[in-house]
Design a protein around this ligand. Structure first.
Ligand SMILES: NC(=O)c1ccc[n+]([C@@H]2O[C@H](COP(=O)([O-])OP(=O)(O)OC[C@H]3O[C@@H](n4cnc5c(N)ncnc54)[C@H](OP(=O)(O)O)[C@@H]3O)[C@@H](O)[C@H]2O)c1
Ligand SMILES: *[C@@H]1O[C@H](CO)[C@@H](O)[C@H](O)[C@H]1NC(C)=O
Ligand SMILES: *[C@@H]1O[C@H](CO)[C@@H](O)[C@H](O)[C@H]1NC(C)=O
Length: 331
C-alpha cells in the first residue's frame, strides 16, 4: 500500500482524531471524581425522588450495591417497580421499595410523606433528585397552579423535606442532599414573577429560565436549610452532578439530526448516569464529609457558587418564607 494514498491518509487522520478524542475522554473521566466511600450501608435508610430513571436510578443501584435500604419515590410506579425488581435481584442484600410521589401535586407530597413516616422509624438520608425540564414557551403549570419547574423542582421538594424533617432529625447524624445544577448560575429569583405570571424578559427567553431559576431555588433552599439546622446533626449538601446523558431533555423535541450532531459532543463532554451519580453518592455517603454541615459540590469537590453569593442569605430566607406560604406549611 502506498503511504500517500489519500485513503490511507484519511484513515490515519480519522484514527488519530479518534485516539485523541478517546484520550481526552479518559482524562475527563479522571477529573469527574469518584465517590471514595465503600462502607457497608446495611440498615441505613435512603429516600430518593425521581428514582426510576437517569441519575436517580444509578444512585439507587450503587447504594444497593452496598446493602442499603432504599425507598424509591416515583411518579411512574410501574416503571419504578420494574427498576426495583432488577436491582433487588442483582443485590439481594439490599432492601428496595417503591412509593408513589408526584411532586407536581402538594396533595401527593402530603400523602407520600404520611405513608413513609408510618412505615419508617428512621430516615438516614433524603436525596431530592427528581427534576423536570420543559421549554418555557409551553408554560406548563402544576396541579396547584405553580410554574412547572418552580413547582416540581423547588416547591414539591421544599414541602417534602419539611414534612420529613422531624424524622430526619431523630435519625441524626443524617443528611439531606439536594441535586441542583451548574445552570443555577444562570438562574434568577424574581419575587414578583416566581410563577411567570408576567412575560419572561426578552433577554432570558430561550435559556430555559424556568429550569435555571428552579435550580437556583434548590441551592438557596439547601443553604437556608443548613442555617436552620446549625444546631442539629443534619448535614445539607447541594450539588451539580455534571453534564449527564439522561432523559432530562425528553420534552425538548430535538430532531434526529440534532442527536447525530450531538454525538461527538456527548462523547467528549458528557458522562453516563453511573459516573454522574458519583457526586450524589459522595454527598449521601462519604465518610470524608462527616462533621461537615453544609456545602455545594461538583465532581466530588467543593464548588464556590457565584449565584448563591450574589443572592445572599437574605434572598434564601425570603424564598423560604414565600415558599412556606405557597405550600401552606404548618409548623
Ligand atoms: N442530566 C444532566 O445533565 C443534569 C445536569 C444537572 C442537573 N441535573 C439534575 O439531575 C436530576 C435528575 O435528572 P436526570 O438527568 O436523571 O433526568 P431524568 O432521567 O429525566 O430523571 C428525572 C426524574 O425526575 C422525575 N420527575 C419528573 N417530574 C416529576 C414529578 N412531577 N414528580 C415526581 N418525579 C418527577 C422523573 O420521573 P418520570 O420518569 O416519571 O418523568 C425522573 O425519574 C434533576 O434534578 C436534574 O435537574 C441533571
Ligand atoms: C453486603 O452483604 C453481603 C451479604 O451479607 C456481604 O457479603 C457484603 O460484604 C456486604 N457489602 C458491604 C459493602 O458491606
Ligand atoms: C453491615 O452492617 C450491618 C448492620 O450494622 C451488620 O449487621 C452486618 O454484619 C454488616 N455486614 C458486613 C459484611 O460487614
Amino acid at each position: 500500500m502506498n503511504m500517500w494514498d489519500p485513503f490511507a491518509i484519511a484513515a490515519a487522520a480519522g484514527a488519530s482524531i479518534f485516539t485523541l478524542g478517546y484520550l481526552y475522554r479518559v482524562y475527563r473521566n479522571k477529573q469527574w471524581g469518584y465517590c471514595d466511600s465503600k462502607s457497608n450501608l446495611s440498615g441505613k435508610v435512603f429516600v430518593i425522588t425521581g428514582a426510576n430513571s437517569g441519575l436517580g436510578k444509578a444512585t439507587v443501584e450503587q447504594l444497593c450495591a452496598r446493602n442499603a435500604t432504599v425507598v424509591m419515590a416515583c411518579r411512574n410506579i410501574a416503571e419504578g417497580q420494574e427498576v426495583a425488581k432488577k436491582i433487588q435481584k442483582k443485590y439481594p442484600s439490599s432492601v428496595v421499595t417503591v412509593k408513589h410521589l408526584d411532586l407536581s401535586s402538594l396533595a401527593s407530597v402530603h400523602h407520600f410523606a404520611e405513608n413513609l413516616l408510618q412505615e419508617y422509624p428512621k430516615i438516614d438520608c433524603l436525596v431530592n433528585n427528581a427534576g423536570v425540564y420543559m421549554p418555557d414557551k409551553e408554560a406548563r403549570k402544576t396541579a396547584d397552579g405553580f410554574e412547572i419547574h418552580f413547582g416540581v423542582n423547588h416547591l414539591g421538594h421544599f414541602l417534602l423535606t419539611n414534612e420529613l424533617l422531624e424524622r430526619i432529625k431523630e435519625s441524626a447524624p443524617s443528611r439531606i442532599v439536594v441535586v441542583s445544577s451548574m445552570l443555577h448560575e444562570k438562574g434568577n429569583i424574581d419575587f414578583e414573577n416566581l410563577n411567570f405570571e408576567k412575560e419572561i424578559p426578552e433577554s432570558r427567553r430561550g435559556a430555559g429560565a424556568g429550569y435555571c431559576n428552579s435550580k437556583l431555588a434548590n441551592g438557596l433552599f439547601a443553604w437556608e436549610l443548613s442555617k436552620q439546622l446549625e444546631d442539629t446533626d443534619i448535614s445539607v449538601f447541594a450539588l451539580c452532578p455534571g453534564w449527564v446523558y439522561t432523559g432530562l431533555f425528553r420534552n425538548s423535541r430535538i430532531p434526529w439530526y440534532g442527536y447525530v450532531a450531538m454525538l461527538p459532543i456527548a462523547f467528549l463532554f458528557m458522562r453516563g448516569p453511573k459516573s454522574g451519580a458519583q457526586t450524589i453518592l459522595y454527598c449521601a455517603t462519604s465518610e470524608s464529609l462527616e462533621g461537615r454541615k453544609w456545602g455545594f459540590f461538583r465532581d466530588c469537590k467543593p464548588y464556590e457558587s457565584k449565584a448563591l453569593q450574589r443572592c445572599g442569605l437574605d434572598t434564601a430566607k425570603k424564598l423560604w418564607d414565600v415558599s412556606a406560604k405557597l405550600v401552606k406549611l404548618v409548623k
